[in-house]
Design a protein around this ligand. Structure first.
Ligand SMILES: O=C(O)CCC(=O)C(=O)O
Ligand SMILES: [Fe+2]
Length: 216
C-alpha cells in the first residue's frame, strides 16, 4: 500500500525520547514538545551558579567591547550581546559539553555561546536563525538552536513562534530547542521566532547555534 508522503515524519537531529535526557553530569527534563517542526522545552538544564557565571563572563566581555567600536546597532535586535568564544572557564566548558549532548552535535560545529541581555523595551523581532540559502555563509548553514534562559523575567521577554502559535516563558535554567534541517523548506520556515519585548525587569539568554559542519 502506498503511504502518503505527508504522513511520514521527517527524521530529526534531536534523538532523545521519554521524559529525561541523561548527560554526563545532569538529568535534564523534557517538559514539552511540538513535533513538526520539532520544538522542545527543557527544564533544569543549568543550575543557578552556571546561569550567573555565564552572565558575569559576558558582562566582562561587553565591558571590553564597549571600549572598542564594535557595538552593533540594529532595529531587529535591540539587545546587547557577546560571543563567549575565547573565554576560558571550567563552568563554560561544562555547559558547552552539556549543550552538545542535548543537541546531538559536536561543539566544534557551534559558533560559541552567544549571551544576550535585554532591558525593558528591548526585543528580537521575528527572524529565522539560518542564513538565506543564496548567501555565502549558507555553505555551512545553521541547523539547530538552543536558547538557554539565564534569569527569571518579571514581565514580557517570551520567545514566541508566530507560525506555530507557541510561546515559551523564560525561567532561570530552562531552555528551548528547535531545529531547521528538514528537507521540506516549509518546515524550516515554520521555525520563525522572536524574543518579545521585556516589559519589567531584564532578560539574559545564552544561545547556541549549531552548523552543519565544523566552524573553522
Ligand atoms: O530572546 C529570545 O527569546 C530569542 C533569541 C533568539 O531568537 C536567538 O538568539 O536567535
Ligand atoms: Fe533566533
Amino acid at each position: 500500500m502506498l503511504v502518503k508522503d505527508a504522513q511520514v515524519r521527517e527524521v530529526t537531529i534531536f534523538s532523545h525520547n521519554g521524559n529525561k535526557i541523561k548527560t554526563e553530569d545532569r538529568e535534564i527534563n523534557i517538559i514539552a514538545r511540538f513535533e513538526e517542526p520539532l520544538v522542545v522545552v527543557l527544564g533544569s538544564v543549568l543550575d543557578d551558579e552556571e546561569c550567573e557565571t555565564l552572565i558575569q563572563l559576558s558582562k566582562d566581555l561587553l565591558q571590553r567591547s564597549k571600549i572598542g567600536s564594535t557595538k552593533e546597532v540594529s532595529d531587529i535586535r535591540t539587545s546587547s550581546g557577546a560571543f563567549l568564544t575565547d573565554v576560558k572557564s571550567n563552568i563554560l566548558a561544562r555547559v558547552e559539553k552539556r549543550v552538545s549532548a542535548i543537541m546531538g552535535i559536536p561543539i566544534e560545529h557551534g559558533e560559541g555561546l552567544h549571551i544576550l541581555n535585554y532591558k525593558p523595551g528591548q526585543e528580537y523581532k521575528e527572524h529565522l536563525d539560518y542564513f538565506t540559502p543564496t548567501s555565502k555563509v549558507a555553505k555551512n548553514n545553521r541547523i539547530s538552536t538552543l536558547v538557554l534562559y539565564l534569569n527569571d523575567v518579571e514581565e514580557g521577554g517570551t520567545t514566541f513562534f508566530p507560525k506555530l502559535n507557541l510561546t515559551v516563558c523564560p525561567q532561570k535554567g530552562i531552555a528551548v530547542y528547535f531545529e531547521y534541517f528538514y528537507n521540506d523548506p516549509i518546515l524550516n520556515e515554520l521555525t520563525l521566532h522572536a524574543g518579545a519585548p521585556v516589559v519589567k525587569g531584564e532578560k539574559w539568554i545564552a544561545t547556541q547555534w549549531m552548523r552543519r559542519q565544523k566552524v573553522i
